[in-house]
Design a protein around this ligand. Structure first.
Ligand SMILES: O=P(O)(O)OC[C@H]1O[C@H](O[C@H]2O[C@H](CO)[C@@H](O)[C@H](O)[C@H]2O)[C@H](O)[C@@H](O)[C@@H]1O
Length: 255
């Protein structure tokens, strides 16, 4: 499906989403499984790209670090609210969000009698999952909307796969990818962003504006330029790239 040519080592910066992109979607957030060879594939690519590889996720950095340990990558978590580039770490402090903390407690109470609805408390954001209880989707959405209204300014809803997440308004993958592109070793490189979900669309737009490459994993409406079928397909492509040095995507237009 995809052909390419050997990429110069300094050409690209690679940004990768996690859930649904590097790993298959699971029934529950904590049930995701990292393929044992994935960290080595990413480490190989990181070396090929002179370090210009980062994971850009809605998950907290702490969760991702734990899943990839002992490997460690540049990373953005909570849809860009926190990030780490080399030794520079910027974290979001839940104490800066007292109204949200209070709201998490209320949401926990509200779902007690709704089996299958999950509240994922991520400190500076909170996700309402209905994957295990699709019949409760409307209830979950209504809860998310009511919570947003009660919180007032400063928050928005980030929709995703069987999830609605209340995030501070400043969260956004495009913003954080832009931030990476201003720093070594990302500066001056053409960005590639690979993702699968609504939260990734904002990153695709940013990368498109930079004349980079945007790749969507799976189906669905998207502004991404190219597609890959599944996370497993993507892992194979990344592995081949790490081994051969040949870019496994069509070159960006304007090259
Ligand atoms: O930006 P991502 O790395 O793609 O993270 C987006 C959200 O992913 C997780 O939820 C999704 O994956 C779960 C596990 O496969 C699945 O059960 C759920 O239905 C999906 O929405 C994660 O739990 C969220 O915190 C992330 O924001």
């Amino acid at each position: 499906m995809i052909s390419g040519k050997a990429s110069a080592i300094d050409d690209y910066a690679l940004f990768l989403d996690f859930d649904g992109t590097l790993v298959e979607i699971a029934e529950r957030p904590e049930a995701v499984v990292v393929d044992p060879v994935l960290p080595q594939i990413l480490t190989g690519l990181q070396a090929r790209l002179n370090g210009a590889l980062a994971i850009i996720s809605g998950r907290p950095i702490a969760f991702l670090d734990q899943r990839f340990a002992p490997h460690r990558f540049d990373i953005a978590g909570l849809h860009g609210l926190e990030h780490r580039i080399g030794d520079e770490l910027y974290l979001c402090d839940p104490e800066d969000h007292p109204r949200l903390r209070d709201m998490v407690r209320r949401l926990d109470e509200s779902v007690k009698h709704k089996p299958g609805l999950l509240i994922e408390d991520k400190g500076c954001s909170v996700a309402l999952h209905w994957r295990l209880a699709p019949q409760e989707k409307e209830f979950a959405l209504a809860m998310a909307h009511a919570a947003l209204e009660a919180l007032g300014n400063g928050y928005r809803i980030q929709y995703g796969k069987a999830v609605a997440e209340i995030v501070p308004s400043g969260a956004g993958k495009g913003n954080v990818i832009e931030r990476f592109l201003h720093q070594t070793p990302y500066r001056g490189r053409r960005p590639i962003f690979i993702g699968d979900d609504l939260t990734d669309e904002n990153g695709f737009k940013l990368v498109n504006a930079h004349r980079g490459l945007s790749v969507r994993v799976g189906r669905g409406e998207t502004v991404a330029q190219q597609r890959v079928g599944t996370p497993s397909d993507l892992r194979h492509l990344l592995s081949a790239w790490a081994t051969t040095g040949t870019l496994p995507f069509h070159e960006a237009s304007g090259t």
